[in-house]
Design a protein around this ligand. Sequence first.
Ligand code: CTP
Length: 499
Amino acid sequence: MQAKFDIDTGNFDLNHKIFKVISEVADEQGVEVYVIGGWVRDQILGRPSDDIDFVVVGSGIDIAKKVARRLGRIKVFVFRNFGTAMFKYENMQIEFVGARKESYRRDSRKPIVENGTLQDDLNRRDFTINAMAISLNKATFGKLIDPFNGLEDLKNKIIRTPLNPDITFSDDPLRMLRAIRFATVLDFEIHQQAYQAIIKNRERIKIVSQERITEELNKIMMASRPSKGWKLLYDTGLLEIIFPELHKLAGVDYKQGVSHKDIFLHSIKVLDNVAQKSNNLWLRWAALLHDIGKPYTKRFDGKTWTFHGHEVVGAKMIPDIFRRLKLPLNENMRYVQKLVNLHHRPMQLVGDQVTDSGFRRLIVDAGEHLEDLLILVESDVTTKYDEIRQKIMNNFKYVRQKLKEIEEKDKLRNWKPPIDGHLIMKTFGLKPSRVVGEIKDAVKDAILDGLIPNDFNAAFDYMLKIAEEKYNLKPVIAKPEQGKAENQEDFRDNGLKSN
Ligand code: CTP
């Protein structure tokens, strides 16, 4: 929902039924009621929002119940400990709270002890731009109340705390991250005093739950230029505390006058590049983390810096990072892991010495995520020299084209090798293990390289051969009967064509 704000009169045009009903109930009960916080900010910024918070100078729960009754038979959820009540109306999420003297903490476990005035309530909010209210009582209906000049700060794009920032941040240290998140999402600057207070109070972030921290990080990730937030986290010293692996990427080493690029700055640039092309949160995480393994593989070979195998090391780090950040340990994590693992492969296909099988293998390994992988790889080109950039991009166009051709020709999109891990285990009486994976990959590679035909019998015989030769394994069952698989395109005739 969006309401109009008249900057000259300082009045909001609130014509939605809900505001009228609340206004009537407030006057009947003789209490002050205000719209407050993020919704007010977002209306002035012209950002539609359906999440509306109301403050009552009195009991928020009572007013919520009365308003809900008048709007129809609406179920109200009451959180007595927090003094709040919520309900849904049309698409809107409506929340009522009593004005309080204490710090405003939505998920504080402490019960609210002291009721306060509107001014008390606004004092204890996080930022001036979030400490504005709109009056709903009839006499002043629609009037903006802005004791800390939040409107001015919105205009000048400034994040500033209503009170001394040391007090505001110690009331709730998460606000240090919220400052950085708002600065990133809205492209605002953090006021100097608040910025210094973040540096000073940074250690206090340790008392905040990981879930709340990660919620802010995800919001930073979804900004149009997320690098701004990660840079602020680095500069204020918060990054080192909340995300040491990422912090470790920062800085440059010199040996014999040769340096490598700052991997942290590179990673957040890649993230910005991806953000321009995709709103997929997990592709953005993959961009941020694609080089996370580099510090552990860094070597100077006498001429240049190398990072051999950093993608494998990086991919292995992802589960621990996701676990610690309390990011989901599901297919999203496996997706990030896969992209980190594969991010070097597409560039290796540049050049005319590359065989079709290299392309096929990438198509099969990337599967449904091939396009996302290509976006990541193109975003990984961060050289500031336009000419070099252009050349790399042109070469890569050829890779894209070739991938498309081969995929169409060989119908590889949903291709699966005719032999899976279960059959390997059954055939040799094995338990799940590394050997099973190795045999499976050997069979897959032999088909994609055009060494053997793409059919069950050939794959089964090849599996027996490899298992015997490499692992001295003998089958414990006979070869099962197998119908013709859906896609038995033979890759042999074009296996090494472009070589
Ligand atoms: N608030 C606060 N300190 C916090 C969290 C919230 O002072 N740590 C206050 C702010 O006034 C904020 C309001 O509570 O505007 C509502 O909080 P929330 O819904 O979390 O944030 P919004 O400002 O609405 O913005 P967003 O939904 O983008 O988080």
